[in-house]
Every structure is written in C-alpha cells, then in structure tokens.
Design a protein. Sequence first.
Length: 318
Amino acid sequence: MSANKTRTSPRRPKPYTFQISWRDAVEAAMRLRTDHKGRRYVNRFSTAAAIEHFVLLLSFVILGITGFAQTFYNTALGSHTLELFGGIDSLRQVHHAFAFILGISVGYHLLNYANDLIVYRRSGGMWFDHADWSLLFRLGRSKRPTEFGRYTFAEKISYWATAFAILALGASGLAQLFPIWVSEVLPGRAVPAAKLTHFWMAVLLAAVVLVWHAYDVLIRKVNLSILTGNMSIKDMEEDHPLELQYLEAAAGAINSPDWPLILEIAREEDEPAVEKEAEGEPAVEARQEAATPQETPKNAEPVEGPKDEAASQDSAEG
C-alpha cells in the first residue's frame, strides 16, 4: 500500500447569513458615524436603551439598600439606614415603589422585544448562537479569539442571570406582599419559602452585577457604551467584530435596487491545515532509497583524500 503526505485545507465554516430590508441598511448607515476629529465610531445603543439601563441600575441600587436594611435591621449599618429613610414603614414604601418602577421597566423591555420580533423580525441578539457554543467547546484549543456579534458571551450570561433573578424576586416579593391570597392557592409553607427565595435571589443578583458585570465593563475594559450609546471602531473590532462587519456590509448595500437582500459574513478559519496520507508512491520505499548510499560509477576516477600527516613526513625523510 502506498501513501504520500499532502496538506489539505480545513473545511470552511458556513458564513453568517442575514436577510435585511432597506430600513435595516439605512439604520446601519446611520449607526456608523464620525466625530469632529475625523474618528469613526459606532452608535450601539439608542437614548431609550440608555435610559432603560439607567432606570434598571437605579432601581437595583435602591432595592438592594432598602432590602438588605430590612433583613439586617439589627446591625449598625442596617439601623443607620432605617433612620436615614425615616423608619421601617417609610423604608418599605420606598422599597415597594422602586419594585413597581422595576416592574414597569421590565414590561417596557418585553414590549420592545415583542415589537422587534413581530414587526421587524429581529430576535434581539441575546440568544446563544454558534459563537457562544464554539467558545465553550474550543476553550484552549483556538489560537484566534472567538468573534462575537451584537453581544459577547459574558454579556449574555449577565443578561440571563439578571433576568432569572428579577423574575424570581418579583414572584417571591408578590407572595410576601399578598400572603393571604397566596395561602388560599398554595400551601402555607409557600410564604416562608418565598421569603427565603427573595433573599438568596437578591444575593445572586448582587453577585452578578457587582462581581461579574462590574468587572467586565469597569475593570477588564472600561465600557460605558450602554450609558453613552457609542463605541470606538477599535473596541468594536476587539469585542464585536461581526456586528461591525454587518453594519459596514449593510450600509454599503444601501443603494441596491433589489430588496430584501441576503448578506453573508464569512467566518475566519480557526484550524490549521492538516497533513494526511494520500495514494501515491510508497513512503517506505522512499525512506529506504534515501538511506541507501549511491553507487560509484565504474569509469569514475577515485577522489584522493587528504594524506596522513605522518605518512607525508616519512616520504619527506626518504
């Protein structure tokens, strides 16, 4: 059996495919901007999204302060917080008011997502996709960092952990606010279980926001785009290269006569070329021929090597 080693290129991954309308192309062109110094940047978030995030952050801070003050009222910090808000009754009213504001913010977020999904056929970008799963299954094996689109893997983890915690906090908070109604439907132990769930979900949310999310946007790399709405081209190339490629491709197709359009963004190859054995001359015979010394032709004159130094001295004496 014969075989040769040949280099074969890896299988090219399927490109990302987007179906866009003329409105999407116009929006992409409007998001690619240039400041007065000629520096290009991308408008990632609208003013409404920045306000929504600020309301969420403010609600989280006030709810955290008032909630932990009620739980640890017998500590020095808890008692001082109660005095600052004018007593336990006033503090609870503030807590319930900001819980209502948080609920309104969550309702607005869901309505906005439903509008994008139904009217504009957009999924929002927070669902896990190929880039996220490839990051999990290729840890330590890829020389090139994973390319993300609208949101990175860390941002999606923060989003879904926060969404789960807010849902659990809302349900358990309502169970404590209306214990009689809950006891008529559920067993009596549901109210104490709701109190325990409310506390630990608040701890989870604090850990996600203060540890994971704060480290990702303030320590690892300062990223205030959710508040300013803008991000530089350099940061986009590092953290959201696929979104940048999509915006540039969609903006470049704004003068196309045919709509809707299909955009394809190629994924970069991560795997090196692979050597494999193919049919050809026998490799074993090739190695044997390389190891066998070449025969000297019969008519070739022998090549004289250097004479021994001692022999040359003897001949000189004779």
